[in-house]
Design a protein around this ligand. Structure first.
Ligand SMILES: [Zn+2]
Length: 251
């Protein structure tokens, strides 16, 4: 999966005295790079400016987008695998947010996570437990047939049909959207703390003279609006087409 890093120096260079912009408006130069594990990106723009950019999008947002791109591109196994990973990282985000809201120290939280990090079943169990404790009832989960599909794809090399991959994506989309909206409504402050913690991971990788800036994209699940999954797929198709033609996506 690729992302486009905008160059703020090029944009500023087109600014004229008094704060407005020159006759050509803001020049948006950018550099396309592959998504990487760390959210700190270093690249050179086409004009040679050195870019040090921190990507604000959360791992589950990027993984879901990667699943969407694979779906519209016809890589259906990869699509199911990325959607499944997005859901797991959403569970992690939710656990971290809810424990933060209970004033668990961030270092203790980190130490606790180490004991579940390697096993997704442990994480799922913790998510179900915390949600049941908070809400008095167990949360909605991936339906059994879709959970089976995930296991077949990931562990048995199964090639899903287009409908299976799309149904899987739709179920994950709904689960993620419902959960991020619940977190935004009930745990706003802790969500903010976790977003800062995510930024700090990149800040720790900076060199002394770096001048970083933050950027983020309106990815499918970064947009909390309730809408049909078919609209999300159509938007992903359009955005991939635009990017192939060299246009930057909307910030
Ligand atoms: Zn530039």
């Amino acid at each position: 999966m690729e992302i486009v890093i905008p160059c703020t120096k090029c944009a500023l260079a087109t600014q004229v005295e008094g704060g407005g912009f020159g006759p050509d408006g803001v020049v948006l130069r950018s550099r396309t790079v592959l998504v990487q594990e760390h959210n700190l990106y270093r690249a050179a723009c086409p004009e040679g400016h050195q870019l040090v950019a921190i990507l604000d999008n959360l791992p589950f947002e990027l993984l879901f987008e990667s699943g969407l791109e694979a779906l519209v591109d016809g890589y259906l196994r990869e699509s199911v695998s990325s959607f499944a990973a997005a859901l797991e990282r959403l569970y992690e985000f939710s656990i971290r947010v809810q424990l933060t809201s209970e004033k668990i120290d961030l270092n203790d939280l980190e130490a606790m996570w180490k004991s579940v990090a390697a096993q997704s079943e442990r994480q799922l169990g913790m998510y179900i437990g915390i949600r049941t404790f908070k809400d008095g009832k167990q949360p909605a989960l991936l339906p059994q047939p879709l959970s089976k599909l995930r296991n077949s794809v990931i562990h048995k090399g199964y090639f899903p049909s287009s409908k299976e991959a799309s149904d899987f994506g739709e179920a994950v989309f709904k689960l993620i959207l419902d959960e991020v909206r619940r977190l935004d409504e009930g745990f706003k402050e802790a969500v903010g703390v976790q977003i800062c913690t995510h930024r700090e991971k990149a800040l720790r990788l900076l060199n002394k003279d770096d001048e970083p800036y933050f950027f983020g994209f309106g990815l499918a699940v970064a947009n909390r609006e309730d809408r049909p999954f078919s609209d999300v797929v159509i938007k992903a198709q359009r955005s991939m087409r635009r990017r192939c033609e060299g246009e930057a996506p909307p910030a």
